[in-house]
Design a protein around this ligand. Structure first.
Ligand SMILES: O=C(O)C(=O)Cc1ccccc1
Length: 305
């Protein structure tokens, strides 16, 4: 049975997401302590794929995931999942005074208001994941953990101090299933393409990169920058846009970016979790692209334009 890595231990949001991401094949889910370790296991071939959190509607991107995607051998996303996010607070039975509370940074960021109101004196500590924080509470390292609602099933000797909390009730986290590069999943008409691009430190470089997309009627759904870590002021841009590399307008835009950027990494074309079809302007449709490419071919072959 293929192995699929996830950010563990058992009981994380990513474990839940990994079940959605593998619901069309039999997979054995294997927990790893960090996103970077899960991705390393994909790169070495120890596992087939890894489920990782990539961004949240409240806290933004997960930097550990973006960094692990841009360093090391390339990986590509083949599926995405969205999970609504609410949290429980778990403590050891009999805990009266909560002096420390731990969780994954993205969880802490989404309950900041609740913590300030209900546990104002507690020291806030960062753990590798929400479930790692629960394990650490069990071991007596912290008094409370902010966890996924499913975590109590893995830590039944802890009790809920609070249930279903979130500063913003409609928070959603997006997860990706990443594999070693291969033929992308078939286009569905409701796909997303992700890339990471490094541009030169020149006037208008970012505007020109974005123009390559907008001129071809491509809808950008995310842009995020991370330092390249090579030199101060140099950034890698993570872009998500509607469409599939098999689409003429996307292939055309990618080849333009390849000419323009000092580095472009293809991070996959995969079906969007919400299955919302891409809206394509008439001038950017497959048919129009094919027709105009044919026109150029005909001219080259000596036809009269
Ligand atoms: O720590 C977890 O449970 C994770 O899967 C990472 C995470 C943390 C907070 C919201 C979404 C994902």
């Amino acid at each position: 049975m293929p192995l699929v890595a996830y950010l563990g231990p058992r009981g994380t949001f990513t474990e839940q997401a990994s079940r959605c991401l593998t619901d069309d094949f039999d997979a054995e889910l294997v927990p790893f302590d960090a996103v970077s370790q899960a991705l390393r296991a994909v790169r070495t071939g120890e596992v087939l794929a890894a489920a990782v959190p990539v961004e949240n509607s409240v806290e933004g991107s997960v930097p550990a995931t973006l960094d692990a995607l841009s360093a090391g051998d390339p990986l590509v996303a083949v599926r995405e999942a969205m999970l609504p996010i609410r949290f429980d607070v778990l403590v050891r039975p009999g805990t009266r005074d909560v002096r420390s509370v731990a969780s994954h940074p993205h969880a802490l960021g989404q309950v900041r208001g609740w913590l300030a109101e209900h546990l104002p004196g507690a020291e806030v500590r960062v753990s590798g994941s929400t479930a790692a924080a629960a394990a650490e509470v069990l071991a007596g390292e912290h008094d409370a953990a902010v966890t996924a609602p499913t975590a109590i099933e893995e830590y039944p000797s802890l009790v809920r101090l609070a249930e279903g909390i979130a500063d913003l009730p409609d928070a959603v986290t997006r997860f990706l299933l990443l594999r070693r590069p291969g033929i992308p999943p078939e286009p569905t008409g409701a796909d997303r393409t992700s890339i990471a691009a490094v541009i030169g430190d020149e006037v208008g470089a970012l505007t020109e990169l974005l123009a390559e997309l907008s001129l071809r009627g491509i809808n950008l759904s995310r842009i995020e920058s991370r330092p390249t870590k090579d030199r101060l002021g140099e950034y890698r841009f993570f872009l998500d846009f509607d469409g599939h590399i098999a689409d003429a307008r996307i292939g055309d835009a990618l080849s333009a970016l390849h000419r323009r950027c000092s580095e472009v990494r293809f991070l996959g074309s995969y079906p969007k979790a919400d299955r919302s079809p891409a809206t394509v302007r008439p001038a950017a449709s497959e048919q129009v692209f094919r027709h105009s490419a044919q026109w150029v071919d005909d001219l080259r072959a000596g036809a009269i334009g």
